[in-house]
Design a binder for this molecule. Sequence first.
Ligand code: GGG
Length: 357
Amino acid sequence: MSHKIAVMAGDGIGTEVMPEGIRVLEATAERFGIALDFTHFDFASCDYYLEHGRMLPEDWRETLEPFDALFYGAVGWPEKVPDHISLWGSLLQFRRVFDQYINLRPCRSMPGIRSPLAGRAPGDIDFYVVRENTEGEYSSIGGKMFEGTDREVVVQETVMTRTGVDRVLKYAFELAAKRPRRKLTSATKSNGISITMPYWDERVQAMAEGYPDVTVDKFHIDILTANFVLHPDWFDVVVGSNLFGDILSDLGPACTGTIGVAPSANINPEGRFPSLFEPVHGSAPDIAGKGIANPIGQIWSGAMMLDHLGHEDAGKAIVDAIEAVLARGDETILTPDLQGRGTTGDLGRAIAEHVAA
Ligand code: GGG
């Protein structure tokens, strides 16, 4: 049986790292005898918007829903389309309409990558950020009054539903319960945000009663970001609202040395809709077109996609290959964010060759 994968490279470096993601997936599929059937789409990109006046075609849902998974690059090119229009017109639609309510973002020290945190050796940082992915601060509820006058008012609501909060907490507790340290950290700000965040805390406390083996702590987001930098080894599973989870899942990989390696899975755990796999990084217009983007975030996202499709051994082979190539420390193939002189293609090819060997 063949897995049908919809591929959307998106914008900027998304179009450069995607071919490497596919290259590694094809090498892995061949080695493990997995049939992957890729269909490429040019929508969910700012160039598509410039041509069609929208980020997605009208029938995008019917087009994408039959796929087993969506493999995405990056979105955004502010000189072409304002960021909030490109993001709300593509990625956020996928997450909401396909109810991908979990955004799972692993953060791990990798061999050979120099962390900016002095004294941290590979192995010190190994945690997951579980980000709520369909509501919270990313609500489109709000509006403007007296626009353009000195009485201008701008309001945007944060939305927390019991269903939305409980389901992401349940996923995070289940994940923590399966890990050796069995530890869960909740990101909050219930001292300042006085309605939604105390509610979040209450639901964490209620959920914790069902998981007596999981140690639970909570930090306000301000000190939590400081502790990510000062004590990243404290964390195991960190659960946060949509905005807090987004911030933490950029900061965490940055602490390991580069956000370029960080993968993510936007998951609909029930499998009613296709899940989406994409690197944590964005389109990086400043380095787009130079051939120097790190493809590992895209490649590792491909590994998470194979896990999700039931091929854990194949997903693990990709992560092993990434680690082996990084451990070699060959400056001629590592990209500049890894202190190398290699190109996106050099690094992707090296990983694909290692998987195939
Ligand atoms: N590959 C991820 C990507 O393109 N991210 C762009 C971005 O701004 N994302 C915001 C978010 O994930 O909420």
